[in-house]
Design a protein around this ligand. Structure first.
Ligand code: PNS
Length: 165
């Protein structure tokens, strides 16, 4: 029996958006399991809207119907986490040319750091999600806008609770 092919979908996920969900579901065509992994650093903790535990919990709830998707968090280098989890593939969504410049740099660096053990694939989102970003969702939600079209139901509920609506 061959080993299961594990892909990582790393990110900040503050919060998980429907754009992320779209990319993760597309990623299932490329791997047996996709681990959606929230990256965090206790020293440079980016002031986020959601805690790391909340982000992981919301990923879990949003993919409750898909046993091949798992939620986790990690600190430190992605290549070290990939080695620990046995993943050989990183999946990243790319919306724009600007995204691609940063993503290509990270992909090549991760391959270098892993001695060719970690490849990255870029997936394009569906057109409906090509303008959705967690940064914009965070901003719109914080300023009282409606983000119901851009996030999964569990995320919407949590944002409403958190922002007192
Ligand atoms: O959602 P984001 O913020 O665009 O995700 C960026 C992320 C988490 C994928 C990237 O910052 C990352 O891989 N961080 C882990 C630390 C690491 O390995 N850095 C070196 C990358 S070459």
């Amino acid at each position: 029996m061959t080993a299961p092919r594990i892909a990582l979908c790393p990110g900040s996920f503050d919060p998980l958006t429907l754009g992320h969900v779209d990319i993760v579901r597309r990623g299932l065509a490329l791997a047996d399991r996709v681990v959606v992994a929230v990256a965090f650093s206790p020293t440079h903790a980016k002031q986020g809207l959601l805690t790391v535990d909340e982000r992981v919990e919301l990923i879990r709830e949003s993919f409750a119907d898909e046993p091949r998707v798992q939620a986790d968090s990690f600190q430190g280098l992605l290549v070290d986490y990939a080695r620990r989890t046995g993943a050989g593939l990183v999946i990243r969504g790319v919306r724009t040319v600007a995204d691609f410049e940063y993503e290509a740099q990270m992909a090549v660096m991760n391959r270098e750091l892993s001695a060719d053990a970690l490849e990255t694939v870029f997936l394009a989102p569906s057109p409906a999600h090509s303008f959705v970003s967690a940064t914009l969702v965070r901003q719109i939600a914080t300023l009282g806008g409606d983000v119901s079209r851009f996030v999964p139901a569990p995320v919407l509920r949590r944002l409403n609770e958190k922002l007192g609506r």
